[in-house]
Structures are given as structure tokens and as C-alpha cells.
Design a protein around this ligand. Structure first.
Ligand SMILES: [Zn+2]
Length: 149
């Protein structure tokens, strides 16, 4: 099944626009308060620390550590059936955001604290998403799509 049949974010405007734009360029971008430097994730209109509305977008690291994860043994959308079982991981990246994405290795190998790095793949025209790869793997696992942005 081609990756283009996967569900993709349809609203790339608004608060998340810089994030989705960054993904198409192979960058993870997160908000940072221009006043107090707090990292805001998910993106917001106002800093919850100092109430400033002057917020910047900064590039986060493409490498991080797994904070938590889930392994899916049942597809909740037909497009994911061929990936079963697959993992979804929340990854802590510098400067302080937790970014969700698909896990690109064998889900049996996922461990909290594991170092992973982001690969970016096109899931629809103009839409890229993150696949977190174990740092010791240089290519996606055989059951994973290989399209790479
Ligand atoms: Zn602030």
C-alpha cells in the first residue's frame, strides 16, 4: 500500500504551520518564548510562564531519547495494517519538547531512554512526518516504507 493512502494532517495553517513547514525541510521546529526563553510545545498563542505573546520558532534537535511509547497490534486505520505491529514513540528533544512519531525499528526493541534520531518521510503531497529510528540502525526495518524526504 503506498504511503499516500495514510491519513495526513489536513490543516497545516494556524499554530502548527511552522512545525509542518519545518518537517518538509527535515527540521523539527518548536516554539520558544522571546521574553523568558520557555519552550512551548505544543504551540500556543501565549507563553504560559510569563504571558508574553512574542514567540519564536527554533530548530530542535533531530535526535532525542524515548520518553514513552505504545506498540500497536491492531490497526485503527486500514493504511496502518501492513505495518503491524508498529510502535509510536514520544521523544524528548533539546531544547525541551516531546515529539510524537512512528518508530522505525522493531517494536519489540523499544525501550524508554533509548536514543533515536528523526527521519522525515512524505505522507501526502507537501506533508512530511517523522519516523524515529534507533540510532544504531542506518536503514528502516523491512516492514517500513522507505520513502524519505
Ligand atoms: Zn515566556
Amino acid at each position: 500500500m503506498p504511503e499516500s493512502t495514510r491519513p495526513a494532517p489536513t490543516d497545516k495553517s494556524g499554530l502548527y504551520a511552522p512545525y509542518f513547514e519545518g518537517l518538509t525541510q527535515g527540521q523539527i521546529k518548536v516554539q520558544q518564548c522571546a521574553n523568558c526563553s520557555a519552550v512551548l510545545w505544543p504551540p500556543q498563542d501565549m507563553c504560559p510562564e510569563c504571558y508574553a505573546t512574542s514567540l519564536d520558532w527554533v530548530e530542535a534537535s533531530n535526535e532525542g531519547t524515548i520518553y514513552t511509547y505504545s506498540v500497536y497490534n491492531r490497526a485503527f486505520h486500514p493504511a496502518f495494517k501492513e505495518l503491524l505491529p508498529y510502535g509510536a514513540v514520544s521523544v524528548r528533544v533539546s531544547p525541551g519538547a516531546t515529539i510524537l512519531g512512528e518508530y522505525g525499528g522493531d517494536p519489540a526493541d523499544i525501550e524508554v531512554g533509548q536514543t533515536v534520531r528523526a527521519e522525515f518521510f512524505q505522507t501526502a503531497p507537501g506533508v512530511a512526518l517523522i519516523r524515529w529510528m534507533p540510532s544504531d540502525l542506518s536503514t528502516p526495518a523491512p516492514n517500513q516504507p522507505t520513502t524519505k524526504e
